[in-house]
Write a protein that binds this ligand. Structure first.
Ligand code: NAG
Ligand code: NAG
Ligand code: NAG
Ligand code: NAG
Ligand code: NAG
Ligand code: NAG
Ligand code: NAG
Ligand code: NAG
Ligand code: NAG
Length: 469
């Protein structure tokens, strides 16, 4: 009777999935979208992937809800497996579940293997938030198949930003959006650029004891002084089991950049149970790491050795990491740094800085010109610092409605999140003990009470949107 809830036109090649044995199951489909939604000259198109599961739908309901995850910076299957709340709620609300893959990520490449060819910067021209939202609008329109259906957008992190913006720009297509840990205010002129590093520092200072962040703050000088000689560089590399020897100042910088990236990732994925979201991690990973840094070290050699033991909580939880690849700019995390680096060089310009006098990080300034020059050199594109603010309103959100902004206060991205509601149709939910979009994850016996109650509240609001539709 309802053969085509997931769409029947384009069931394309079933590629073997790395996620085939994982928890959540779905059909993998493809959908043709225009390469450039905003041109009437070109009719080029390509396929984006989407995941679909219609098993929860009450087949006697002619207008079932659609739960639509607005895919973000990575393989969509990864988000589907790490957004268990969407599945749990779909089972209750008997919704169709759809996870759409963001163009230029995963297997949704407009120019196939040639998409990121550095000699063809014109390939990057259609890599924007607006083109992506338009993809989602067309996919939903196709799935609705002429029917009026209540569609709820879901997303975490950048996916949450997309969910919120989707509701703002396409209120006739989605009845509401759950934007979990969506830092839509982490843009120029809206939020101090050091807030991410300040929150991360406070997470490390309070996870075990205050010596943790003090040791990390001192470690930069210890690495530099150890690396002052060739013998010291070798010693440093040996202590951390690096894959490629630390031979010069660039290598040392990459090594320290890597560590800073790790600390941010750890604060994000600081979940109360073990997880594999960014990389395989134990429960409460920041606390685990800080256990190795509980004593204050005056002696550089001791400090560096403790840092290596501590770092292994992140880099080597499974014990199967052969060597430390400090050149990996996203520090082993699952997201696609290639695509994200490009988006940071067009619209997603999110200023970051730190002051070593009030954080555990090295001092770094936000220098837009420097960022812009680097973007041009790397991708031949020039960022626009105020593009997102112009298009989506910055802090002026009074006209928006039916969006839930949830933020965990242990999440470094909460600094750029919406923490107070501009009107009574926008709901702000604060999770004092939550890391990065913990509420969007599958429920777990180790969830803190605030997360369980946040999910209940989210479920109630979403049920209201659907019943009022
Ligand atoms: C949808 O999810 C349910 C519950 O996990 C599962 O039993 C079913 O096989 C899935 N359907 C598809 C089409 O994968
Ligand atoms: C694009 O439009 C041209 C001119 O109408 C047509 O010849 C061509 O087949 C179209 N291509 C696609 C992919 O639809
Ligand atoms: C990039 O494009 C150039 C020009 O078409 C081609 O010669 C080269 O093989 C491509 N590089 C890759 C890595 O595909
Ligand atoms: C993660 O936790 C689960 C549940 O407690 C346990 O079964 C599993 O072995 C743990 N995995 C690792 C890698 O520690
Ligand atoms: C920090 O380390 C010092 C030296 O090992 C130790 O005496 C002190 O108790 C530690 N501080 C805390 C808060 O545990
Ligand atoms: C640092 O401590 C180690 C042992 O803990 C010791 O062998 C070494 O001499 C100390 N170095 C300095 C500079 O104090
Ligand atoms: C990871 O742990 C294993 C087992 O303890 C060890 O052999 C290996 O050297 C570690 N890798 C790194 C990079 O430290
Ligand atoms: C690491 O990155 C630097 C550029 O920052 C590059 O020069 C170097 O060759 C890379 N090393 C390896 C082993 O990839
Ligand atoms: C860092 O903070 C200190 C103390 O507040 C201040 O004197 C210094 O100018 C700041 N440095 C930067 C680069 O902002």
């Amino acid at each position: 009777m309802f053969p085509a809830l997931c769409g029947a036109l384009l069931i394309l090649a079933f590629k073997p999935s790395a996620f085939a044995n994982e928890k959540f199951q779905y059909e993998i489909k493809e959908f043709s979208v225009p390469l450039d939604h905003f041109s009437f000259l070109s009719n080029e198109s390509f396929n984006i992937r989407y995941l679909c599961n219609d098993s929860y739908v009450d087949k006697s309901n002619l207008e079932p809800p659609i739960f639509f995850y607005t895919g973000n910076e990575g393989d969509i299957e990864w988000f589907a497996q790490n957004s268990g709340f969407v599945w749990e709620l779909a089972a209750k609300q008997r919704a169709l579940v759809v996870f759409a893959e963001h163009r230029y990520y995963g297997k949704s490449m407009p120019y196939g293997a040639d998409t990121f060819n550095t000699s063809k910067p014109e390939h990057l021209a259609y890599f924007t938030v607006e083109q992506t939202l338009e993809d989602y609008a067309q996919l939903i329109t196709y799935l609705r198949n002429g029917k009026r259906l209540p569609v709820v957008a879901f997303g975490g992190s950048y996916g949450g930003m997309l969910a919120a913006w989707f509701r703002m720009k396409y209120p006739h297509i989605v009845v509401g959006a759950l934007a979990a840990s969506a830092p839509i205010l982490q843009f120029s002129g809206l939020t101090p650029c050091d807030i991410f590093n300040k929150i991360t520092t406070s997470v490390f200072a309070t996870a075990y004891n205050a010596n943790c962040s003090v040791n990390i703050g001192k470690s930069w000088k210890a690495f530099e002084s150890m690396a002052a000689t060739d013998a010291g560089k070798k010693q440093l590399g040996d202590i951390f089991h690096v894959c490629n020897a630390i031979k010069n100042a660039d290598d040392l910088k990459n090594f320290m950049d890597y560590l800073e990236e790790v600390y941010g990732n750890l604060a994000m994925a600081n979940y109360p149970y073990n997880s594999t979201f960014l990389s395989p991690l134990p429960a409460n990973p920041v606390r685990q790491l800080c256990f190795y840094l509980k004593d204050l070290h005056q002696n550089d050699t001791d400090l560096v050795a403790s840092m290596a033991s501590a770092l292994a909580v992140y880099t080597n939880y499974t014990g199967s990491t052969k060597c430390l690849d400090y050149n990996d700019s996203n520090a082993g995390a699952n997201y696609d740094s290639k695509g994200w680096d490009i988006q940071s060089c067009n619209q997603m310009v999110m200023p970051m800085c730190a002051n070593s006098s009030d954080t555990m990080f090295r001092t770094s300034n936000w220098d837009f010109k420097e960022v812009s020059d680097k973007c041009y050199k790397q991708f031949h594109i020039t960022p626009k610092a105020y593009d997102i603010v112009l298009r989506y309103g910055g802090r002026d959100l009074e006209a928006a409605s039916n969006i839930i902004f949830s933020n965990g206060l242990l999440d470094p991205w909460s600094g750029g999140g919406v923490l107070s509601a501009p009107n009574n149709q926008i709901h702000v939910i604060i999770l004092p003990e939550g890391a990065h979009h913990l509420d969007l994850r599958q429920s777990n016996p180790l969830d803190p009470a605030s997360v369980t109650s946040a999910r209940q509240k989210e479920a109630e609001i979403i049920a209201q949107w659907i019943s009022h539709f």
